[in-house]
Design a binder for this molecule. Structure first.
Ligand code: BG6
Length: 474
């Protein structure tokens, strides 16, 4: 048996892309509610455009999404039918603290997630909870500057503390920030950041990164005080860079590109900023906004495991005019001629998955948890309501095989695998519904039309038997 017997098989979603119900039961407005569908989405994403300045009639798809808020019972039952051992999901911050700066949480928000976790438990599904998956109450952004302001660290710790206190009997596995390195690539989406033209963007980003890293460490400290058995993980948007050629300059560029991401986990896993980052800051004239005690907080509150998303490998070139650029999960990359691509141009590289897992494990020697992996594709519903998604089965089959090789041949410790997204949801990058990842189809389209009906796809039954056989029948 390749996979350990307690391997956590399951799937992942996030509140920002599934819940909808954006103004129900006291929930406050969140950055994700302002993300538009259409071309402007990317401009808002890069922080260049104020999302409140969008033309009338702009559609904000996450406000309704797939109404997981109203359909969670049906959705979790379907997950249970697939045999899920774990369900990765996130909590919407503004459902618990509508403004973000209150001292008392919203009881209705807390009650909702208690019901969700209880239902998971009743179905023998372990919840894996992302405390922050690309959302922040807009009140904090508008009145405090959000993550630009150190005070947000305290608001966030207070929010996390209330989750730990309320759910300590139901949830054991927690992730602090989803894809913490995404702030470099998608600042409004990931952290609610907008910039003025006169802003020193690099300095602001440096401040925000430090605030989030300190917040992550403080949350880890509080978690262990409340329940020493909690397992706390960091979460990285991973995918190793390959040099485009054996030219040492391309090789060096690939190391630098990888470091942009690994810097975050270097701090969260090792407990201090790496020297290469400190040197970079010095050379760029940037300052990390340290306060007294921050070094100790970072050093003493490292994570228990490393979780990450993997969709594709990437390619670096030292030549600024090199070849064709593609985008894989927002990270710019040269096109890899050896790989096929998805409908959205994301390149498919299962061996790259093994390479990435090995690189992370070699670097940190800590257990890994794959919390996102999947393929966004157009699905067709046949007249008799079937979705024959062999391409999705193929993708997962090859990636699960890569995990098996990584465990069996490389000795990497893997805790589990949660596919992204186990149920169709709003694409984070494009805002489309048509970019589908799920084993469960949801009848909604890009224009907000559809019945919300759930239909298991062919991959649903395939994944069920993968779990049943503990990864032996691929
Ligand atoms: C990751 C995110 O970046 O990739 C998810 O954590 C996201 O929120 C996923 O949905 C896939 O990206 P996209 O843009 O296809 O939705």
């Amino acid at each position: 048996m390749v996979f350990p017997k307690d391997f956590l098989w399951g799937g992942a979603t996030a509140a920002n892309q599934t819940e909808g119900a954006f103004d129900k039961n006291g929930r406050g407005l969140s950055n994700v509610d302002l993300m538009p569908f259409g071309e402007k989405r990317f401009e808002v994403g890069t922080g260049q455009l104020d999302p409140r300045q969008l033309p009338e009639g702009t559609v904000n798809p996450s406000r309704v999404a797939i109404d997981h808020y109203g359909h969670y019972e049906e959705d979790i039952k379907l997950m249970a039918e697939m045999g899920f051992k774990v369900y990765r999901m996130s909590i919407s911050w503004s459902r618990i603290f509508p403004q973000g700066d209150e001292s008392t949480p919203n009881a209705l928000g807390l009650e909702h997630y208690r019901k969700v976790f209880q239902l998971c438990k009743d179905n023998n599904i372990e919840p894996l909870v992302t405390i922050n998956h690309f959302d922040i109450p807009m009140y904090l952004v508008d009145n405090y500057g959000g993550w630009k302001n150190r005070q947000t660290v305290d608001f966030f710790v207070n929010y996390a503390k209330s989750l730990f206190e309320n759910y300590k009997d139901l949830v054991k596995y927690w992730l602090t920030f989803n894809e913490i390195n995404m702030v470099l690539h998608f600042p409004f989406v990931s952290s609610g950041l907008t910039f003025q033209e006169s802003d020193n963007r690099q300095q602001i980003t440096t401040d925000v990164i430090h605030h989030q890293l300190v917040a992550s460490a403080k949350v880890t400290e509080v978690a262990k005080q409340i329940n020493p058995d909690f397992q706390i993980g960091c979460m990285l948007a991973a995918g190793s860079y390959y040099p485009q050629t054996p030219n040492p300059k391309d090789m060096w560029k690939s190391i630098l590109d990888d470091r942009d991401s690994y810097m975050f986990t270097d701090v969260q896993v090792r407990g201090n900023y790496p020297n290469y980052y400190l040197k970079q800051m010095e050379q760029k004239g940037l300052t990390i906004p340290f306060q007294t005690g921050d070094n100790e907080i970072l050093a003493e509150n490292t994570v228990d495991f490393i979780s990450f998303s993997y969709y594709s490998s990437r390619v670096s070139s030292a030549n600024p005019d090199a070849g064709n650029q593609t985008e894989s999960n927002i990270f710019a990359s040269e096109v890899n001629p050896y790989l096929e691509s998805s409908d959205w141009g994301w390149q498919i590289d299962p061996l790259g998955f093994r390479i990435t897992m090995n690189q992370i494990y070699d670097r940190y020697n800590k257990p890994l948890f794959v919390v996102e992996n999947g393929i966004g594709a157009f699905d067709e519903v046949t007249e008799d309501n079937q979705i024959i998604d062999d391409y999705r089965i193929q993708y997962h089959k090859e990636h699960i095989q890569a995990m098996a090789d990584t465990i069996e041949q490389d000795g990497v410790e893997l805790l589990g695998y949660t596919s992204w997204a186990c149920i169709d949801s709003i694409s984070n990058g494009t805002g489309e519904m048509a970019k589908r990842y799920g084993f469960i189809y949801v009848d909604r389209d890009n224009h907000g039309k559809g019945s919300f009906r759930r239909i298991p796809k062919k991959s649903f039954y395939w994944y069920k038997q993968v779990i049943e056989s503990n990864g032996a029948n691929l």
